[in-house]
Design a protein around this ligand. Sequence first.
Ligand SMILES: C[S@@+](CC[C@H](N)C(=O)[O-])C[C@H]1O[C@@H](n2cnc3c(N)ncnc32)[C@H](O)[C@@H]1O
Length: 292
Amino acid sequence: MDQKNKRHIGSVSNNRFLVGITVVGLFAGAISIILFIGIVETPLSFFCNNTMNLQAKKSSTSINPSTWMELQRKAIVHYATSRVVPQQSLKEIQISLRELNARTPCNFLVFGLGHDSIMWASLNPGGSTLFLEEDPKWVDTVLRGAPHLRAHTVKYRTQLSQADELLDHYRAEPECWPNKSFIHGNQKCRLALNMLPEEVYEKEWDLIMIDAPRGYFPEAPGRMSAIYSAAVMARNRKGSGVTHVFLHDVDRKVEKVYSDKFLCPKYLKESAGKLRHFEIPAAKKSEDKEFC
Ligand SMILES: C[S@@+](CC[C@H](N)C(=O)[O-])C[C@H]1O[C@@H](n2cnc3c(N)ncnc32)[C@H](O)[C@@H]1O
């Protein structure tokens, strides 16, 4: 073999060596990126570190991320072109947004479908956001425009005009008391929302937004049972962390009285405008005589 051929063979094996090194480098780089993403994701799962958040996580992995991107694009276009905007003010929305940022993907239960529904669902990508709405026609209207939202119709068994009487009922009915504190299958306590779909009882809700049902005329359902049931769900939490409950329209008497009674001033974290944000820990003592 002459010198020229030897040099050629040498340069080919050098090239092969370089290609090999490059391939190994790229492979190691890819593995590092995957591990890095895993590390970045860890704080999220830490914030949502409880059984039900694991459920939310599970469902998040089954949803194609591009579907979420698509839904978020749709939400941006929706709000950029809609003449009707959510009823909550920016300051009020920012309170829930802060918790959503910290806990997403998580389980988010929202009382009421409205012009803000697409926003709430989009702010919890990969999580589970479920809406409970009293008016079946309104459910149809909203879902026609946003079929990706998940909503159930709820037939409330209260009326705003019964708010005072229901407080007397609460005091007299042991099945309403905090030492019992259950809503699923609770027939006797009229404040317990015992007619909800199974999914609501099966999941542990990290955030609960109460912006419905309507409570501005005597025959409307009022928010008494939504407030009571949110308090019970929060007290019964089995996973780690607290339950965040957001209540809107606290300028009204019933919202004020019922949140003082069941969501508790000591758990009030912050408020803005007509919104109160409560951070409710799981109840430790089963012999509690009062919610607060
Ligand atoms: C007090 S509103 C809250 C609305 C929501 N925060 C928003 O920004 O749109 C709650 C309830 O009002 C009713 N509602 C709201 N907008 C409606 C509409 N355009 N037509 C019929 N019902 C509506 C629904 O029953 C809903 O659950």
